[in-house]
Design a protein around this ligand. Structure first.
Ligand code: ADP
Ligand code: MG
Length: 686
């Protein structure tokens, strides 16, 4: 249960004065639902103003505060032309205040002729006149409410002004309780950090690193603490020891010998599985390093021991592909493997559910549907999560409610996460690395060309296809909306169809599952040679005959994403190419990033360099794609502070895996504040 002291912060924004549905909606669009969300809605920048007696003192472009006597009102001739109000400053200079649209009536009332007013806004030149368009503040001279010298600029959404938001933030600030300090006092002193309460006030008043760092640290700390608590309770529950005898693995007839990295990782996993303490292991391996074969061996161990295994893929396409792969690798073995996705309904679904419940199904592959409430396993001993970056503490808890005992868990990822971020996302997991590629791969050759050379590129594709090759054509990431992304990919498909006819297949995220599968099938079987796609093909898709990858507007993609895309080729014996098409005019950083792609195929190097190439304050691509588990801490702050947060959290947990003492109690409040209370839940039950 959430501590009462936090209740005012968790109240809905509607409980603030002046918040009706008209304001609640734009707030909601910004993700601001509760009072605390407002407090953590930090300014994106600041307006600095200069108080002047006369407008000659400053340059055009300055934000000024000036006192004026209102001289006249001048409407333009038509209803479309703006209202111009003239004021006179202390030296007799004229300043025009310009109002467009429907603000005229309101402005006339605020600025009656002869009145003394203090106004603020950006000084501009308009013909011979100096003007301010839509002053941001208007106040009576000598009264309260004179415009501030520094003002936060908040991220906004339509229907919400910065002033309005500032007022709501101020109201929210009145509700900040005084909480006991949860950060180690030595660290607070060393960093000269303010208290939580004072930091929350300061971030809305001025640009202050210490306050922002402190608040970011809080979030990292709560996260680390939650993970450690879950881990501590995890370590104390008993799962099912799975000691496979290797007899099924011995019957496998794979078309290749395992690499030594694969053999090592398989042994690590088998070692974990043989314990009653449930495994909690992350398998990192670059695209194409052969994680599926490792997963297969882990699943076989479970089946050899008479248990069940399940493998979760993030998308329908990948689930089907895994299923087909595993099925073919398992050919001839006495194993029953099934697939279950959100699309399976009625009889099909029923029969799978029955097979899981009575144990006749040994291995299940599917999308998130496989861990839903209604799915009961007879003896689930191992869960494998593939390519799932957002697998957090809460999903883990959901899993632990499946079946008797907590199943062993293996998370597989190809995303080369830099070490600092890995600690943040998976700090509590054991890590295995597939640091060796299967032999016989020729590295993918990467080229960067300008979009102006598109016609040449299409000729090149024509040659590639007529030689019997297949190719991927990835369309630009369009940020404005899903609709414009769809438009872009359809347009491109049309252009390519004009040249290559029916040889072109098109797949995008808006298509229905069965349609997507049909298209992928057409491409995988070679009926279509060119696959035009949005990034839905990003993860996992395996078509070894495709040896050409084209990525349009490559400068818009994150490096990790480009690396993933490139990993779709270079899977066969043939030499593969990846052509990154860049926009005509790109900046220094974009250029350097693409050059890096050309230079190396090493995913870890790419991830580290990517982090270095990003300027201060810029976000790691992971956050945009929802990979970062943090809302407050920027990636830079994660890098700087995560190790300290991790150590601090470790210190706080006692030998029985609980939180004790005054600081432990304070930290418990922080867990609730950051909604990481899953950790507390396990504390209780464990
Ligand atoms: P990822 O780690 O990206 O999931 P996959 O498991 O899809 O990689 O493997 C990529 C390709 O490499 C597959 O075609 C697979 O059959 C092949 N492969 C896996 N292990 C080996 C190996 N030891 N030797 C040769 N080929 C392998
Ligand atoms: Mg894979």
């Amino acid at each position: 249960m959430r501590p009462d002291i936090l209740n005012p912060l968790f109240a809905e924004v509607e409980t603030l004065k002046g918040v009706g549905p008209g304001i609640a909606r734009p707030l909601d669009r910004l993700g601001l639902k509760r009072v605390k969300d407002l407090l953590y809605h930090f300014p994106a920048g600041w307006t600095y103003r200069k108080r002047v007696a006369c407008i000659d003192e400053v340059d055009v472009g300055t934000n000024i505060i000036v006192q004026l006597i209102i001289a006249d009102h001048r409407s333009g001739g038509s209803s479309r032309s703006p209202l111009r109000i003239h004021g006179v400053d202390g030296e007799g200079n004229y300043l025009t205040l310009t109002f467009f649209g429907r603000n005229g009536g309101w402005a006339r009332k605020q600025l009656p002729i002869g009145a003394e007013r203090i106004v603020s806004g950006k000084l501009e030149r308009y013909g011979d006149e100096l003007q301010i368009v839509h002053p941001d503040h208007i106040a009576e001279a000598g009264g309260k409410g004179s415009p501030p010298l520094i003002e936060p600029v908040y991220p906004l959404s339509e229907g919400l002004t910065s002033n309005r938001l500032s007022m709501l933030v101020a109201q929210a600030q009145d509700r900040i309780p005084t909480l006991s300090e949860w950060i180690d006092s030595g660290l607070i002193e060393q960093r000269k950090w303010p208290s939580w309460r004072s930091a929350l006030a300061t971030v809305h008043q001025r640009d202050d690193n210490k306050a922002r760092d402190r608040l970011a640290y809080d979030e990292l700390f709560a996260n680390q603490l939650a993970m450690r608590l879950v881990r501590a309770s995890h370590d104390r529950v008993t799962g099912v020891a799975v000691a496979g005898d290797g007899n099924l693995a011995a019957q496998l007839k794979l078309p290749f010998a395992l690499t030594s990295a694969q053999r090592r990782v398989i042994e690590e996993i088998r070692g974990d599985l043989a314990q009653t303490k449930p495994m909690l292991r992350l398998l990192q391996g670059d695209v194409g390093s052969g994680k599926t074969a490792v997963a297969l061996h882990a699943l076989l161990s479970a089946v050899e021991a008479g248990k069940q295994g399940a493998m979760l893929a993030p998308t329908e396409i990948l689930a089907r592909q895994h299923f087909a792969n595993l099925q073919s690798m398992l050919a001839g073995l006495p194993i029953n493997i099934a697939i279950l996705t959100g699309r399976d309904k009625g009889r099909v679904r029923e029969s799978v559910l029955m097979g899981l419940a009575d144990g006749s199904i040994d291995i299940l592959v599917g999308t998130h549907a496989i861990f839903q409430e209604a799915v009961a396993y007879r003896a689930l001993a191992l869960a494998i999560i593939d390519e799932q970056h957002r697998f957090g503490v809460s999903q883990r808890l959901m899993l632990s409610r499946k079946g008797r005992g907590v199943p062993h868990l293996l998370v597989m990822t190809a995303t080369p996460i830099p070490r600092s971020l890995a600690l943040a996302c998976y700090g509590d997991m054991d890590v295995s690395q597939l640091d060796e590629m299967p032999p016989g791969r020729t590295p993918v050759e990467t080229l960067v060309i300008s979009e102006e050379r598109l016609p040449e590129l299409i000729d090149g594709v024509a040659r590639h296809l007529s030689g019997g090759g297949q190719a991927f054509w990835v369309c630009p990431l369009v940020e404005e909306s899903e609709n414009s992304e769809l438009a872009a990919v359809e347009q491109r498909a049309e252009l390519l169809r004009a040249r290559f006819g029916n040889n072109v297949a098109l797949v995008h995220g808006r298509m229905k599952g069965p349609d997507k599968d049909a298209v992928m099938e057409r491409f995988a079987s070679g009926q279509a040679q060119l696959l035009v796609a949005t990034t839905v093909i990003e993860v996992g898709v395996d078509v070894p005959n495709a040896s050409l990858m084209i990525v349009e507007a490559a400068d818009r993609f994150g490096l990790a994403q480009l690396h993933q895309l490139r990993g779709r080729v270079g899977r066969g014996s043939e030499k593969s190419r990846c052509i990154l098409v860049r926009s005509k005019a790109i900046g220094e950083t974009a250029r350097a990033r693409l050059a890096l792609m050309r230079e190396t195929n090493d995913g870890f190097r790419i991830a580290e360099e990517d982090l270095k190439l990003r300027g201060a304050g810029e976000l790691l691509g992971t956050r945009q794609s929802g990979e970062s588990p943090f809302r407050i801490a920027t990636d830079e702050q994660v890098r700087d502070l995560i190790a300290a947060a991790s150590a601090d959290a470790r210190l706080l947990i006692d030998r029985d895996g609980g939180l004790t003492g005054a600081r432990g109690e304070a930290a418990r409040v922080a867990l609730y504040l950051f909604e990481r209370d899953a950790g507390v839940a396990t504390l209780r039950s464990g």
